[in-house]
Structure formats: structure tokens, C-alpha cells
Ligand binder design. Structure first.
Ligand code: PLP
Length: 360
């Protein structure tokens, strides 16, 4: 049967590199001559141990992680990290949070269960259409860490660089721009990401921890599954083996394309093509402030909002999926993560031009 691939603009779970899927498809029944699939073997056996080793090595190389960092392959999604970060690190003082959208708010809600939370900035009053400049951040002066959401998947905004943090370690939910560009890793005490946008299948969460944070982590009466110190350096329970297996191939794919600098270049190029089309005239309008625009999730509306339903319907007929915006913003959202080929962005732009011609 001929396999069909749509131009996939899903916000997540999102498109993966075709090469990765094809390799997994080839190996699914018989993993490299082992006579079983990688998801049918012990996670402590030699095959999976090697997959785990490769994934850690590649991730460390791509991010420039030194010996002062630990990597965890976790389950529970980024949402569990909303809880684990404060459970481990907001131990009696306060934590500073930057509120730039729905996911930040969820992180704040969990943090409040464990201690005081100080909101260093919020763009809620403008429906989260922007991220702050450093000069707008108002720190508590007594925080344990500064938490931010590097890319706001729903509102289509993204920090260009790491925000100021008053000398505190950054704690980052990088779920929707993980591995899309280089980061200044040494500023991060903890960085976590659900895999299902740029890194692999849902079910795997990557957590990167600076070792000095572990020394400060909650240590009395802890739940083993929620405690970072219990989890590092050991397979405490069964890891998400399929997720790590695919993640390893995604990392290999990123390396083959030239690493994070190359990803950044490609992502800037793709987003540039799309924003240029949105800005061409007032038929389309971007929803995020220009200076805060995301390279990953391009959110836009039609001047005539009544046409948006038709836009979505016709885009589906033209072989495009996942363009409906989140209900809290409305309109359209094109998610163009690492694995979205430039050809798909060009096809979308062509469709937008045709739509303007026929409905403008
Ligand atoms: N954080 C961000 C930025 C997200 O985009 C999402 C999901 O889309 C989440 C957190 C929630 O992730 P999970 O479903 O893995 O808990």
C-alpha cells in the first residue's frame, strides 16, 4: 500500500523526521538481528543499554553538557515536571515564575502546592501575546530559581534568549522548542521537555539537571518516584523504552543535519517565509507581538474571521493537517518544528496566496 504523508502542522504530538520513522519501521519486528523488537526486550539488557548510552551521549554533545549535568528519561509529561521542580527545589523559600501562557499558569498552580510563588512578570492582561524584556522582570530577591516557558505553544510566542534571572538558576519548560536552537546551558538548573514536539513520541520526558541543584533538593520524607536524587544515575523503574529509542534516532538526525546551529538556521528560514506572507497585507494578521514571535508555532487570524472555518476546511482538502488554532487564541496555528520540511511551509504559503486570491 502506498503510504500517504500530509503536510503536518500539528502542535503536538507532531511530525517526526521521515527517515527516523522509516528506520523504526524497518527495525520494529526484528531489532538489528536480535529476533525481537526493542520494545520487547529487557530495559537492562545490552541492546537497550546501548540505545540509552547513545541517546545520552548525543544529547550531551548537542547541548554541550558537561559532567556537571545529569539527564533523566522520564514519564509523566512536562506536566509532571510542573510538580517535580517545586517539589524538589522550592523547599521553604519562594520561587520566581514568569507567566507567559497556559503552560506557565499550570506550572505556577503546581508550584503553589509546595511553597510561595512570586510572579516576576505576566502578560495575561494582553492575552499572552508577548514575552517580557529583561527590564520588565520584577524578582522577589529571595527565590530558589526562576521558572519560564521558553516557547508558548498556544499563543505563538517565544523568548529569543534566556531571560535575566537575578543570579538564580533557570528552570525551564522547553517542551515546544527543545533542540530547535542552541541554548546557554550553564544558566539552567533544570530544563525539561515533553518529547512529542521536537524530540520523539509522547511518553518520554527529558529532564536535564545541574548537579549542584541535586544537593539542594528536598531530602526528607520524599516520595522516591518524585525525587530527582533517587532517579539520577539509575534505572529506578522501567523507562519509556520506545520513546528513548526514537529520541536517539531523532538526535542522530539532528547531528546529521549539522546540529543545533543548523536547526536554528532552518527554523528561522521557515518561520521567516511564513511571517512574510502573513505580513504581506492585512488579509492575514499575526496574533503575537512581532518581537515575541515564535519560530515554532506561527499563530495568525484572517481579517475576516468568518472565513477561518473555510480556510481550515480548504487547507485539509489541499493535503494540510493540524492548522486549527487553539481555542484560547482562535484562528490558525502552523506548528513548524524541526521535522517540518521547508517544502511544507512553502506549500502552506502557496495555499494562503491562493486563498487570498479566491476569497479576498
Ligand atoms: N508545556 C508546553 C510548552 C507544552 O506545549 C505542553 C503541551 O503541549 C505541555 C507543557 C504539556 O505537556 P505534557 O502533555 O507532556 O504534560
Amino acid at each position: 500500500m502506498k503510504q500517504k504523508r500530509a503536510h503536518n502542522f500539528s502542535a503536538g504530538p507532531a511530525a517526526l523526521p521521515l527517515e527516523v520513522l522509516q528506520k523504526a519501521q524497518e527495525e520494529l519486528v526484528d531489532y538489528q538481528g536480535a529476533g525481537a523488537s526493542i520494545i520487547e526486550m529487557s530495559h537492562r539488557g545490552p541492546e537497550y543499554t546501548e540505545v540509552d548510552r547513545q541517546a545520552r551521549e548525543r544529547l550531551s554533545r548537542l547541548l554541550g553538557l558537561g559532567d556537571d549535568y545529569e539527564i533523566l528519561f522520564y514519564q509523566g509529561g512536562a506536566s509532571l515536571q510542573f510538580l517535580m521542580v517545586p517539589y524538589n527545589f522550592n523547599t521553604g523559600k519562594t520561587a520566581d515564575y514568569i507567566n507567559t501562557g497556559t503552560w506557565s499558569k499550570k506550572a505556577i498552580k503546581e508550584a503553589k502546592v509546595f511553597g510561595d510563588v512570586h510572579i516576576a512578570f505576566s502578560s495575561e492582561d494582553s492575552n499572552f501575546n508577548r514575552v517580557p524584556g529583561d527590564e520588565e522582570l520584577n524578582f522577589s530577591g529571595k527565590g530558589e530559581y526562576v521558572h519560564f516557558t521558553s516557547n508558548n505553544t498556544i499563543f505563538g510566542t517565544q523568548f529569543r534568549n534566556e531571560p535575566a534571572s537575578d543570579g538564580l538558576p533557570l528552570a525551564c519548560d522547553a517542551s515546544s522548542d527543545f533542540l530547535s536552537r542552541p541554548v546557554d546551558i550553564n544558566r539552567y538548573g533544570v530544563l525539561y521537555a515533553g518529547a512529542q514536539k521536537n524530540a520523539g513520541p509522547a511518553g518520554l520526558t527529558i529532564v536535564i539537571l545541574r548537579k549542584d541543584m541535586l544537593e539542594k533538593a528536598r531530602s526528607e520524607n520524599v516520595s522516591s518516584m518524585l525525587s530527582y536524587p533517587t532517579q539520577v544515575g539509575t534505572l529506578f523503574n522501567t523507562p519509556p523504552v520506545f520513546g528513548v529509542y526514537i529520541f536517539n534516532y531523532v538526535l542522530e538526525w539532528i547531528e546529521s543535519k549539522g546540529g543545533l546551529e543548523a536547526m536554528d538556521r532552518l527554523n528561522q528560514q521557515k518561520a521567516g517565509i511564513l511571517y512574510d506572507e502573513i505580513d504581506r497585507d492585512d488579509f492575514y494578521a499575526g496574533t503575537a507581538d512581532k518581537a515575541s514571535r515564535s519560530l515554532m508555532n506561527v499563530t495568525f487570524r484572517l481579517k475576516d474571521e468568518a472565513l477561518e472555518k473555510t480556510f481550515i476546511e480548504e487547507s485539509k482538502k489541499a493535503g494540510m493537517s493540524g492548522l486549527k488554532g487553539h481555542r484560547s487564541v482562535g484562528g490558525m496555528r502552523a506548528s513548524i518544528y524541526n521535522a517540518c520540511p521547508q517544502a511544507s511551509v512553502e506549500a502552506l504559503v502557496e495555499f494562503m496566496q491562493e486563498f487570498r486570491r479566491t476569497h479576498g
